[in-house]
Ligand binder design. Structure first.
Ligand SMILES: N[C@@H](CCC(=O)N[C@@H](CSC=O)C(=O)NCC(=O)O)C(=O)O
Length: 291
């Protein structure tokens, strides 16, 4: 299933799971200039002669490449649909930037899936290029993945990443969904802190990394965007604001299925409750099976 003749990957662990195989790897990332970790789930039956669709998973603040796979129960449903999963880490590790480990919402574990343009962050904080180019190309060379059937899904900071990457490159990401995404980072505390640090004070440069502003600027996705949001989410009103994304989607005609769920919070218990629907959403687009 893994074909790595050049020895590009270090295998940290591999396990049989749900009839397929989940593996945890590290490699020398060109985009990040550091060793980076990621994980791949390959369903049963995949081979280089029979490549399978893939969903990339972007986790939120403080997470690693393990979190989404372990806590969301996504593998069980991906296996049923014959879909592979690629899970990235949430930031470079060990970049050596002063203060990068001081707060949970900046630096380590908080890369925001963008390329920093401001020194000293710009040397290694390049998760935009990593997620958008390097990781898909690397995994599609070494695993039996069909890059023409590639989707993206994320949670919170990862939901922001999924929406931004899909809206900026819909030809690359054929399906998109998010759990409790930060939809308008340019106007909420998490986003303002990250963007001013990674991109600088000029807010005009922030728009390319904000899903709501991208919609308003004419970026659309050709498929329906699925978003689930818990109404008891502790971050809903201060950080997430799905209402703003819904208003922008309505005004530009972007198809959006925004589902609000009473009683659910921001946790992986919430994600676990609706993950089956998200995999089905991606499968309908990537494999043509009815949703
Ligand atoms: N510890 C922080 C909150 C961190 C947090 O809630 N992280 C979320 C993602 S939030 C947006 O990106 C998460 O997924 N955590 C991992 C988990 O296992 O739940 C605080 O002190 O508030």
């Amino acid at each position: 299933m893994l074909s790595d003749p050049g020895g590009e990957l270090t295998t940290r662990a591999e396990h049989a799971c749900c009839g397929g195989r989940v593996g945890f790897y590290s490699h020398a990332s060109r985009a990040l200039g550091l060793e980076a970790r990621f994980a791949v789930f390959m369903p049963a039956g995949a081979s280089m002669a029979r490549r399978v669709p893939v969903i990339h998973l972007l986790a939120g603040l403080t997470c690693t490449e393990e979190t989404f796979l372990i806590k969301s129960n996504v593998i069980r449903f991906a296996a049923r649909h014959g879909i592979a999963l690629v899970a990235t880490d949430t930031s470079p590790r060990g970049a050596g930037v002063s203060g990068e480990d001081d707060a949970y919402d900046l630096g380590t574990g908080a890369g925001f899936y963008l390329d920093a343009t401001r020194a000293p962050w710009d040397a290694h904080y390049r998760m935009g290029t990593y997620v958008g180019d390097e990781l898909p190309h690397l995994t599609e060379r070494l695993f039996a993945l069909d890059g023409s059937r590639r989707g993206i899904m994320g949670h919170s900071m990862g939901g922001h990443g999924a929406l931004v990457h899909a809206l900026r490159a819909p030809q690359k990401w054929k399906s998109v969904s998010a759990f409790a995404p930060i939809v308008h980072p340019a106007i909420v505390p998490w986003g303002e802190k990250a963007f001013s640090t990674y991109l600088g004070a000029d807010r005009t440069t922030w728009a390319a990394h904000d899903a709501t502003l991208l919609l308003k600027a004419g970026h659309m996705h050709p498929t329906t965007i699925l978003i689930d949001q818990g109404e008891a989410d502790q971050f809903l009103h201060d950080q997430l604001r799905p209402d703003l994304f819904r208003d922008a989607a309505t005004s530009v005609g972007q198809a959006l299925d925004l589902r609000l769920h009473a009683g659910y919070d921001h946790s992986y218990w919430f994600i676990q409750s609706f993950i089956e629907d998200h995999v089905r959403h991606h499968a309908a687009i990537l494999t043509g099976t009815p949703a």
